[in-house]
Design a protein around this ligand. Structure first.
Ligand code: AMP
Ligand code: MG
Length: 417
């Protein structure tokens, strides 16, 4: 277990690395094994339940890649251009009849190759002659501008695997096979609670010392992007018994419970104690900033993740702890976030052994180099810092400082889910 020097013990024990914590969580959750059938229009973002083998070769028949003239490669002009008489015309979607030997056939993109032909001249490269034929230049390679049947995908090949999160291009592939629906893992049911006496729900009155609950709406939006069915369970008060009751009540109807706030060590942070009384606490605190207090527990068999209340901490820990948990529950292939190398323009000191995320703007310099500029302020409560920046710079456990010019990893917000 990775240990941190000072502040971790102030919290009463060693802190776990993010990877170790995520590994423990993934090992403690049981993947959902119910499968449902969805139509292709609803398949984007869902997790494929079974391997998909191609029921059809792609393309299904050999066809022309261009608009032009089809000939047999044995007739190709070798040393100089030569006139060919024209016989036949085949357009996309039409059946082609066999070509006459020594003739060229007018052909269009996507049209089947007439029997006896195997090479297509692009129409831009030929000239019409006075006799109604075409002059074809020398030097074209046999087989040019033809898409052979199966060149993309051969029949029977496994092209999409169980656990794949379907993207628009995957849906396109299923459609190219003529499929109308796919078997996917059923949606994950996730309960979302905010905690805190200071919170008011948008649409209800806000007392002077209150603020509107923003995290719940952020978390629900993030979960929806991961294809989850979300239950909005409102705000729980800072009180152990009502928190524990609230969590217990929803556990059996959900695959995951998510809370935000109240997970720290203050006198009014009751989530940890509530989890301990409603179920069991698996881990608490991890070496991540912003974040750190993140609780994971099990309540009546349902996993719970308690995220911190500061909006930026809540966002960052969602991405790095909840997202992998959701993927594990869905039996989806792990999808590690890959940070792109960019040049830092800022100085930053950090603690060894802790992973830190810095909100940055991405700028392209005149010489093309991509630079990460740090948001000028650091507070984990600054929603504007998330709204205005382009993404997160990821500073790994081994890093202790960043200097201008250093290469650091950058994650676009858009690529985080
Ligand atoms: P906590 O983690 O409960 O100590 O909260 C840390 C900070 O985040 C406090 O300033 C809270 O008011 C704020 N906070 C907690 N929950 C939310 C929420 N759902 N939306 C916006 N801010 C929150
Ligand atoms: Mg609180």
């Amino acid at each position: 277990m990775a240990q941190l020097s000072d502040d971790c013990f102030a919290f009463g024990g060693p802190m776990m690395s993010v990877d170790e914590a995520v590994g423990i969580i993934a090992a403690r959750v049981t993947k959902v094994d119910e499968v449902e059938t969805v139509s292709l229009v609803d398949a984007d973002g869902r997790v494929l339940a079974r391997n998909l083998a191609a029921p059809l070769a792609l393309p299904p028949f050999t066809n022309s890649a261009v608009d032009g003239y089809a000939v047999a490669s044995r007739d190709l002009p070798r040393d100089e251009a030569r006139s060919f008489p024209l016989a036949g015309r085949v357009q996309a979607g039409a059946a082609a009849s066999a070509a006459q030997p020594g003739h060229a056939v007018r052909i269009f993109t996507g049209a089947p190759m007439p029997e006896g032909t195997d090479t297509v001249f692009m129409q831009e490269d030929v000239q019409l002659d006075d006799a109604g034929g075409v002059v074809l230049p020398a030097g074209l390679k046999p087989g040019a501008n033809v898409r052979p049947a199966g060149e993309d995908i051969s029949e029977g090949a496994v092209v999409l695997r169980a656990g794949q999160r379907l993207r628009p291009q995957d849906v396109a592939l299923a459609a190219a096979f003529g499929l109308t629906q796919l078997e996917v893992v059923r949606r994950l049911r996730v309960a979302v609670f905010s905690t805190g006496n200071e919170l008011a729900t948008p649409g209800s009155p806000r007392a002077a010392p209150q603020l509107f609950d923003s995290n719940r709406f952020m978390l629900m939006a993030l979960l929806k992007r991961l294809g989850c069915a979300v239950s909005d369970l409102g705000i729980l008060r800072d009180e152990r018994i009502s928190l524990a009751d609230g969590l217990k009540q929803v556990a059996s109807r959900h695959d995951l419970i998510l809370t935000t706030g109240g997970v720290s060590t203050g006198d009014e942070d009751h989530v940890k104690a509530a989890v301990e009384s409603a179920g069991s606490l698996v881990l608490w605190r991890m070496a991540i900033k912003p974040g750190r207090p993140v609780a994971m527990g099990i309540i009546d068999g349902t996993p719970l993740i308690g995220l911190p209340g500061n909006p930026v901490a809540s966002f960052v820990t969602f991405v790095h702890v909840v997202r992998p948990t959701v993927l594990a529950l869905l039996g989806a292939m792990p999808a590690p976030l890959v940070a792109l190398p960019v040049r830092a323009t800022f100085t930053y000191k950090k603690k060894l052994g802790r992973r830190e995320y810095v909100r940055v703007f991405l700028r392209r310099r005149e010489d093309g180099v991509l630079e990460a500029q740090k948001f000028p302020r650091e507070g984990a409560g600054l929603l504007s810092s998330l709204v205005e920046t382009d993404g997160l710079a990821e500073l790994g456990e081994a890093v202790t400082k960043v200097e201008p010019g250093d290469t650091i990893g950058f994650l676009f917000y858009a690529g985080l889910l």
